[in-house]
Design a protein around this ligand. Structure first.
Ligand code: IDP
Ligand code: MG
Length: 137
């Protein structure tokens, strides 16, 4: 059974979309096996998005990600990394398939509601960034 990390970003939380996002996961049989609300510091956001250090949007992205509470979740299911990415839609909401979370709710390439791991290696690293083994059901 595969695991992935999902984050409802500060815009998703402040716009009241936590339930909407979770409903979409549960609606296709993806299970939530860990969940918590956090408010990252700038340094913690920079650590999480370390792969993007040096990119033009890095400073703005990490300011945004540390601007308010987020909901972090470990999702479990068959092929869940790919299926979560499919539910999310493309990074740029303008290119996201209709019916995806980003197409339905995002109006900004940066403030795009959700994060999802993109591969098994990044899923493992990202889950370990937020959760200990004991916190995963
Ligand atoms: P992903 O979230 O779809 O995996 P990544 O390329 O990993 O997309 O980028 C991480 C996050 O950085 C995006 O979700 C978005 O919030 C932000 N981002 C990516 N590209 C841009 C950009 O060109 N301008 C502003 N923000 C961006
Ligand atoms: Mg990514």
């Amino acid at each position: 059974m595969e695991h992935t990390l999902s984050i409802i970003k500060p815009d998703g939380v402040s716009r009241g979309l936590v339930g909407e996002v979770i409903k979409r996961f549960e609606g296709i049989g993806i299970r939530i096996v860990a969940m918590k609300m956090l408010h990252l510091s700038k340094e913690e956001a920079e650590g999480f998005y370390g792969v993007h250090r040096g990119k033009p949007f890095f400073d703005s992205l990490t300011n945004f990600m540390s601007s308010g509470p987020i909901v972090v979740m470990v999702l479990e299911g068959e092929d869940v990394i790919r299926r979560n990415r499919e539910l999310m839609g493309a990074t740029n909401y303008k290119e996201a398939e209709p019916g995806t979370i980003r197409a339905d709710f995002a109006r900004d390439i940066e403030k795009n509601i959700v994060h999802g791991s993109d591969a098994p290696e990044t899923a493992a690293t990202e889950i370990a960034y937020f959760f200990s083994k004991l916190e995963i059901m």
